[in-house]
Design a protein around this ligand. Structure first.
Ligand SMILES: N[C@@H](CCC(=O)N[C@@H](CSS)C(=O)NCC(=O)O)C(=O)O
Length: 273
C-alpha cells in the first residue's frame, strides 16, 4: 500500500488533474476502510474515551473537504487525538468545549499550540465567562466543510453549559447536561437544578426522538443514547418526572467532589488562550 506522501508524489508526477487533496482523501478512504466504517452520509465520526476521567471526546469530519472539529478533548490525550486526526487525513478547525469542566483539563490549549497559528480555534459559550478564540451564543453555528454544529445553551450543571446539535438533528453532544440515564450534578460552578430541568426539557427533549445523544461522560460503560430513550427512561429527568421531583433527587445525590476541581476549573476558564 502506498503511504500518503507517495500518493501525493505520484499524483503530481503523473500530471493528473485534481484539486485540493482528493488523492489524499482517496488514500485515506482506501487504507482506513472509510467506505464502510465510521462514515455515514459524508460525516466522519469517532468517539474516544479517557479512562482516568471517564470523559468522551468526539471527532467529527466532513468527508469531502476533510475539515474537522473536536469536542471536549482531554489534555493528557492530545497526542492520541492528533495522531488519529492525522491518520484520517483531517484538518482540525475548531476545538469545542461544552463547558469549563471540573474533573479534567481541556486539551484545546495544547492542540492550539501544536497547530499552525490561526488554523485552529478554541470554542466555549460566552455565558461560561471563560477565555477562548470563539465565544458562542444560542443558535451560533460552527462550520466544518459542508457540515455544521449549532449551539443550544443549557445552563444548570454550570451556568455556561452548551450542547452542540448536528446540522441534520441526527446527533446532539450534550456535555454534562444530559448523560445516559443521568445528568450533570448541580452542586458547584453556579449549578442549579431547576435551571437544568428547564434546559433539558426546553432545549434537548424538543429535539427529534431519534436524535442520538452523545454525552461527555459515562461511569458505567455506556456510550450513547437517544432523546426518545432519555425522555422515557432517564430516572432523574424522564418518565414524567416534574421539576420538583428533579430538584429533590438532585439534593440527595451527595457525590464526592471531583479530585481535580481546584486545578481543572482555573485552567479551563482560560481554555485555548
Ligand atoms: N469522581 C469523579 C467525578 C464524578 C463527577 O462528579 N462527575 C460529574 C461530571 S464531571 S464534574 C457529574 O456531574 N456526575 C453526575 C453523576 O450523577 O455522576 C472525579 O473525581 O473526577
Amino acid at each position: 500500500m502506498l503511504s500518503a506522501p507517495e500518493v501525493l508524489k505520484n499524483a503530481s508526477s503523473e500530471g493528473e488533474s485534481w484539486t485540493g487533496n482528493s488523492k489524499l482523501v482517496e488514500w485515506v478512504h482506501n487504507s482506513c476502510g472509510q467506505g464502510s466504517a465510521g462514515v455515514v452520509n459524508g460525516l466522519i465520526f469517532r468517539q474516544l474515551f479517557d479512562k482516568e476521567s471517564s470523559t468522551f471526546t468526539y471527532i467529527l469530519g466532513d468527508e469531502l473537504s476533510r475539515e474537522a472539529v473536536i469536542i471536549d478533548p482531554v489534555d493528557t490525550l492530545v497526542e492520541r487525538d492528533l495522531s488519529f486526526i492525522g491518520e484520517l487525513g483531517l484538518e482540525l478547525k475548531f476545538g469545542l468545549n461544552t463547558h469549563a469542566h471540573a474533573d479534567h483539563v481541556t486539551g484545546t490549549s495544547l492542540i492550539r499550540n501544536r497547530l499552525p497559528p490561526g488554523s485552529f480555534k478554541s470554542v466555549i459559550s460566552a455565558s461560561s465567562g471563560a477565555k477562548a478564540d470563539v465565544k458562542v451564543k444560542q443558535g451560533s453555528k460552527i462550520h466544518f466543510g459542508n457540515r455544521f454544529l449549532q449551539v443550544r445553551l443549557t445552563p444548570g450543571h454550570t451556568a455556561g453549559c452548551a450542547c452542540f446539535v448536528l446540522d441534520d438533528d441526527s446527533r446532539v453532544f450534550t456535555g454534562d447536561t444530559l448523560l445516559v440515564r443521568g445528568c450533570g450534578r448541580t452542586d458547584f460552578q453556579e449549578g442549579d437544578s431547576s435551571t437544568l430541568y428547564k434546559s433539558v426539557h426546553e432545549q434537548l427533549f424538543t429535539l427529534p426522538d431519534q436524535c442520538s445523544v452523545f454525552p461527555a461522560h459515562d461511569y458505567r460503560g455506556r456510550t450513547s443514547s437517544s432523546i426518545r430513550e432519555e425522555k422515557r427512561f432517564n430516572p432523574r429527568l424522564g418518565g414524567g418526572k416534574t421539576e420538583k421531583d428533579f430538584v429533590a433527587i438532585m439534593k440527595e445525590l451527595k457525590l464526592s467532589t471531583p479530585k481535580l476541581i481546584d486545578v481543572a476549573v482555573p485552567k479551563n476558564m482560560a481554555c485555548g488562550v
